[in-house]
Structures are given as structure tokens and as C-alpha cells.
Design a protein around this ligand. Structure first.
Ligand code: ATP
Length: 514
């Protein structure tokens, strides 16, 4: 735990030091759970968006994108169920006056038991060495089985109580498990209450005519209300998808985990419209396909797992999360939800407009079912950034901080460094910069000794450093140094574009998804 906190702190301070993430309005001491992306953060975020958009829209003939407004007609949120049901169960500690999400307290308790299982696994791994069979151990070791049963019982009961809105039982569960305020250890809890997460605002100049609005808590509804517009104008045939990237707002009860849980964040969502009855097949397809997208980035697959839901949201008939091992443990990164016809049927009822699809093969009209993939852009940023940040011991006894971002996502693809600030080397370096900038975001750096510049680029995540030295004057070659291996090669200037392109081009990374 102490280690986890340490490494999480490092992630946060590194993100600030290298221009990735700043607290919002920091000169006024910041704003709780709101963050700004700096010069490098904005680039990384843009690249993640592009990687997602290309994988979803450009690579699928039957998926198109939209960009709908943040403000929506207020009835949207009645139809979607958000006015009535977009609540989180909150609980206050009477002694510390701290507020928590009751479900998260219980889930964190379960995660602690899970940590015990992991400990048993580690112990056994050591004991059995190469012969260790993890699957077998997990399914037969009596202690592990007991822990697992404990977790299952707790989560099942939590799921059932939340589904039945039995908040008294959620409190009873917290008390029975002896869960204490993580900050103070106090067990003096209030009752559990529901809290609506939508931010309200007003549209219009005068008090009488002003209309109560909400800031959208998800981008999905902007897709549903445009379903017919897109289907008709794009002459889309089922199955087809509509994708969107955009801001969403939630007045989160507890937002203490950096950009993991913010009050203003971005989502990348795709709604896939299908024939009723085919949802199981598409649910499996999108679960697998989205995992492939994640793994294509080369991040260790041990960092990912599925978590199938016990408790289903009001709109879903099946749901699974792709969880990621964040610095504070496994948590939801992306949701894959089978939403049935809940949204379109509900919008049809509330708007009085038909939202059906005429299926020429079946020769009948129906409301399509929907399969959703929904990922938080900021959470993806945190996943990529935190897993990339590494402290590395070097052979010469020193160490270096390196940000091993997937090259396709790195803010700068290369830095051009003249070895010294004289002898015509900066002029050549500038010329290389001016040639490469048409194809790549490149950095130019001539300050400090070259070794320090390498370290700076390593820590900023730049995959290549190109150094112009005196030999360049003779034969138009430079050295190119690889961030991860630190290997340097001498290459002709004319080869640079091809070398950088080979490792950073989005197309070659996207091909790994197939
Ligand atoms: P959680 O259980 O963590 O609150 P959720 O189940 O409410 O998440 P969804 O409504 O399914 O989340 O939203 C889809 C995705 O949006 C999530 O998988 C997550 O990546 C992202 N997301 C949701 N809430 C936030 C937030 N407050 N800050 C950042 N990202 C968020």
C-alpha cells in the first residue's frame, strides 16, 4: 500500500514536472477534482483520441462519428433515466465529516481480500518455482477459495441491495464488515442516501424564460437522439455504429484519485445498433475487439482484466468492464454494455417520434438493440502514462527515469539535438527539424550537455533523439538514439523520416488490432 501511494505520487508529480497535467486554476490554489492538460498532455490526449477514432470509425466501414452539443433538451435526461436514477449511494462519517460512496467502501473492502489472494499466489509461486500452475492453484487452494467465496458473497449482496434500492442493507453490510473511515478509522456512519450526479445550469437571459438544463453526464445520449438523422442521411444498414468523443460532467461525491475520477472529463463512446436477438454475439465481439485495441498498444497484458457485472444498470442486460491496474489497484477503464432497446424506446415514448428501423431483409420495422463501448479518455491517459513511467537501474550503477509511452502516442516523436552550439551544427539541426516537422511533431533542444538532454527526452517520453555532431559536417549522417534501448546508430539524414515513420505510424500500430 505504501509503495502504491509512493508510485502514485510519483506519477502525479512527474505529470506536472513534464508539462502533462496541472491542477486547474493553480494560481488560485486549484479546483477540487478538476485538472488541465499541459503542452505534452494535450498532445498525448490528442493522440489517444486519434488512435481510438481511427480504430473505431476509419477501420469500420459501418461506423461513423458525430459531435453533438453538451447542452441537450432537458427531456433527454428524463427519457434516459438520469433524472430518476443517476445516483450514487453516499454515506458520511459522523466523526470525520468525510463523505464516501457507500458502494466504493464495500468494493475497496473486497479488493483488500483480493490482495490477500494475490499474496498467497506470490508465496506459492516462490515455493513451487517453475512448476507453479496459477489456474490450478486458484481453483483448488482452500484458503484462496475461502477468500474468493467471501468476496463473491459481499459483492452479490451489494449488487442485490443496490438493485432493490435497499440502502438500509448497504449500511448494514458496511457495519457487518466492520468497514471504517479509511482516513480516521471511525465506524460512526450516517444512513446511506442517494445523490444525483448531474450538474444543473440555466439557459436564457431572463429569470422567467430561463430553462433548467443539465450538463451532459455522458456523451451517449447525443448519439441516441441523432440515431435517425445519421441512419437516414448516411443510409446506414443495421448493424452499424455511431461514435463520439466529448466532454461529460458528473458531480462526483468523492473525487480524490487525480484524473481517474474528475468532475469534468472526456468520454469516447460508440453505440452499435443491431437486430434484437443478436446482442449476445455482439457483446462478445466488442468485449474481445476492445481488448485487442488496448493490447495493440503493447502495454503488458497482465495490467488488464475483465470484470463482468453482478449489478446491472437500469438500461443493461449484460455488462462488463475492462479493468486496468492503476497505481492504486485494478479499476474500471472501459465499459461494454448491452443496452437492449432501452434508450431508443424511451426516447420514442418521451418525444412521440418513431425511432425505428425498417429491415429490408426481414421486411419489418423494429427498434434496434444497442451495444455500447464507453471509455474514459482521461482514464486511458492515466493508464498509459502511469504504466509507462519507470525508474531504471543502468549498468554503470546510475539510474534514469524513462517514460516508455507507446511511440504512436508520444507527444514528440523525435528531438533534434546539435551536439554543441557552434561550428554550424545548430544550423544543420534546424534544417533537419524543418524537414521532419511536415510529418512529425518534433522538438529542438540545444541547451545543456547532450547527456542531460537525452535524460530529459527519456523522461518526457520522446522515442528518438537525433544528434548532429562534427561527423555530420563530413558525410551528412547523424546518430539516432532509441529511448527504450538507449542504443545509438549512425544513419544518413535522408533515412530519418523512414526510420521514425516505421516505429510511430498509426497505421502499423492499428494493424495489430486485426
Ligand atoms: P465508475 O463506476 O468508476 O464511477 P461508471 O461505471 O459510472 O464509472 P460509466 O458511466 O460506465 O462509468 O462511464 C464510462 C466510462 O467513463 C468509464 O469506464 C470511465 O472510464 C469514464 N468515467 C466515468 N466517470 C468518470 C469520471 N468521473 N472521471 C473520469 N472518467 C470517468
Amino acid at each position: 500500500m505504501a509503495n502504491e501511494q509512493e508510485s502514485f505520487k510519483k506519477v502525479i508529480s512527474h505529470a506536472k514536472e513534464y508539462g502533462y497535467i496541472f491542477p486547474s486554476s493553480e494560481i488560485y490554489d486549484g479546483l477540487s477534482a478538476v485538472y488541465d492538460y499541459g503542452q505534452n498532455g494535450a498532445e498525448l490526449k490528442k493522440n489517444i483520441k486519434e488512435y481510438w477514432w481511427k480504430a473505431m470509425v476509419q477501420m469500420h466501414e459501418n461506423i461513423v462519428g458525430v459531435d453533438s452539443a453538451i447542452f441537450m433538451h432537458p427531456t433527454t435526461w428524463k427519457a434516459s433515466g438520469h433524472v430518476d436514477a443517476f445516483n450514487d449511494p453516499l454515506i458520511d462519517n459522523k466523526d470525520s465529516k468525510k463523505r464516501y460512496r457507500a458502494d466504493v467502501l464495500v468494493e475497496d473492502h473486497a479488493a483488500k481480500i483480493e490482495a490477500k489472494i494475490e499474496k498467497e499466489v506470490k508465496k506459492a509461486e516462490k515455493r513451487f518455482g517453475a512448476d507453479f500452475d496459477k489456474e490450478q492453484f486458484l481453483s483448488t487452494n482452500p484458503r484462496v477459495l475461502r477468500y474468493q467465496e467471501e468476496i463473491d458473497t459481499i459483492l452479490k449482496r451489494l449488487g442485490r441491495s443496490l438493485e432493490k434500492e435497499d440502502l438500509a442493507d448497504v449500511k448494514a453490510l458496511i457495519e457487518e464488515l466492520g468497514i471504517a473511515d479509511p482516513d480516521t478509522g471511525s465506524k460512526n456512519w450516517t444512513d446511506v442516501k442517494q445523490f444525483n450526479l448531474m450538474f444543473g445550469t440555466k439557459l436564457g437571459a431572463t429569470a422567467e424564460s430561463a430553462m433548467d438544463l443539465y450538463l451532459r453526464p455522458e456523451t451517449a445520449q447525443g448519439i441516441f437522439v441523432n440515431y435517425l438523422n445519421v441512419q437516414k442521411t448516411g443510409r446506414m444498414k443495421i448493424p452499424f455504429g455511431i461514435a463520439q468523443i466529448g466532454k461529460a460532467f458528473r458531480n462526483e461525491i468523492v473525487a480524490r484519485q487525480f484524473i481517474f475520477r474528475m468532475r469534468e472529463f472526456e468520454q469516447m463512446e460508440m453505440q452499435f445498433f443491431i437486430k434484437p436477438g443478436t446482442q449476445q454475439e455482439w457483446y462478445e465481439y466488442w468485449k474481445e475487439h476492445r481488448m485487442k485495441w488496448h493490447l495493440s498498444l503493447g502495454i503488458d497484458k497482465e495490467n488488464y482484466r475483465y470484470h463482468d457485472h453482478e449489478k446491472l444498470a437500469h438500461y443493461a442486460d449484460a455488462a462488463s468492464d475492462i479493468e486496468f491496474r492503476f497505481p492504486f489497484g485494478f479499476k474500471e477503464l472501459e465499459g461494454i454494455h448491452s443496452r437492449t432497446d432501452f434508450d431508443l424506446a424511451s426516447h420514442e415514448r418521451f418525444s412521440g417520434k418513431k425511432l425505428q428501423y425498417f429491415d429490408p431483409e426481414e421486411n419489418k420495422s423494429y427498434i434496434p438493440y444497442v451495444l455500447e463501448t464507453s471509455i474514459g479518455l482521461d482514464r486511458m491517459f492515466l493508464a498509459v502514462f502511469s504504466s509507462a513511467l519507470q525508474e531504471e537501474e543502468l549498468e554503470n550503477g546510475t539510474s534514469r527515469t524513462v517514460l516508455r509511452l507507446p511511440a504512436v502516442l508520444a507527444p514528440y516523436k523525435a528531438a533534434i539535438l546539435p551536439l554543441v552550439k557552434k561550428d554550424g551544427l545548430p544550423e544543420i539541426a534546424r534544417k533537419i527539424f524543418d524537414e521532419l516537422k511536415w510529418d512529425f511533431n518534433v522538438d529542438y533542444d540545444e541547451k545543456d550537455a547532450v547527456g542531460r538532454r537525452y535524460r530529459r527526452q527519456d523522461a518526457a517520453g520522446t522515442p528518438f533523439c537525433i544528434t548532429v555532431d562534427h561527423e555530420t559536417l563530413d558525410n551528412e549522417t547523424v546518430t539516432i538514439r532509441h529511448r527504450d534501448s538507449m542504443e545509438q546508430k549512425r544513419v544518413p539524414i535522408s533515412d530519418l523520416k523512414g526510420i521514425i515513420d516505421e516505429e510511430t505510424a498509426m497505421s502499423s500500430w492499428l494493424k495489430r488490432i486485426q
